[in-house]
Design a protein around this ligand. Sequence first.
Ligand SMILES: [Zn+2]
Ligand SMILES: [Zn+2]
Length: 401
Amino acid sequence: MFGRKSTEKNDPHAEGGFQDRLAQWRRHIHTHPELSYEEERTTDFIAGELEKMGLKPRRFDLGTGLWCDVPAAKGATAKDVVALRADIDALPMDEESGLDFASRTEGVAHTCGHDAHTAMLLGAAELLVADPPPRPVRLIFQPAEETMPGGAKECVEEGVVKGVDRILALHCDPHRRVGEVGVTAGPITSSNAKVRIRLESDGGHTARPHETQDTVFSTAELATGLTAVLDRRLDPRSGTVLTWGALHAGGDAPNVIPDHAELLGTLRSADRDVWATAEDLVREAVGDLTAPYGIRAELEYTQGVPPVVNDADCADLATEAVRRVLGEDGVGTADQSSGGEDFAWYTEEIPGVYLRYGVWDGTSEETDLHHPGFMLDESALEPGARLFDAFARLDRGSGED
Ligand SMILES: [Zn+2]
Ligand SMILES: [Zn+2]
């Protein structure tokens, strides 16, 4: 079976060809994974391959990652520009795949499939160079997807999607068979923000709470009260959830009111407007819930990515591209996930679509992203490259509704 062991008999990679090159690219990157913002060798490798194709890649100012334009065919009249994006970073964990091309760097592994994304986009570059597209195409090999708020934010700030009309990305989905792609208009991932509240008081004896400010009581009040305020003030359909991950107050003494306490949690939402406005509501509620007790409260709200919201027209185009590459059976749907994805920084700027791309071989035990045993079937690489290529060639309006 593809993607398991390169040493198996009848390995299709034994013969040269497009699929063979895709697998070689993927395996090279897989063997040499690099963490977010440290993708030096990966960037050099991608640049080298693009240069061999006659392209002129440019590194991002932030140090790693690159982008590169494929010119339109001579005489092409389409004025719009399409961007295709792959992420290139690996995760800080060990791999337990048993593959003979497994990571050779301890504590770093491509367990989110970004090696495959990169190989597929390199494949698309080759297809686009061999048969120039009807419009200019920008290829974005983006660093640091696995960080908060994500390398995409800096790439956008550097202007990588300035003048670009629409953008496509896909992500490996190990719970979906090769040959099936989830395409859905509207929100597809969720936002994530970190919430940290620190409470301070003069501290004192539990016999005399009226002479100080009760940190433990106020912490409990906030833990349940803030969650309740969000439940009442936000549309329940927004899929917003505040969950506490840590609550620290006091030591072991039953008769001491501690002078400080802390709550830590995450606020996730499926709704873009809630992502944009929730901080004000949280700040107001923290103030209102602590004021009656005279306690000093400090809120630290770290904004994360917004949800990726797939543009309806781009989703139609992507559906048509899937149909052309994989047939009608290839078109699936995708539920919104509660995870975050920094592709959202592009879709904040321009219309775009993010696809869930099937990489499960259909028979092996299913594995998961960010799992040491994560597996993907390499027969997914070629249709992925062709899907990028097909999307770039479609004219706006050629998708079906
Ligand atoms: Zn990941
Ligand atoms: Zn990923």
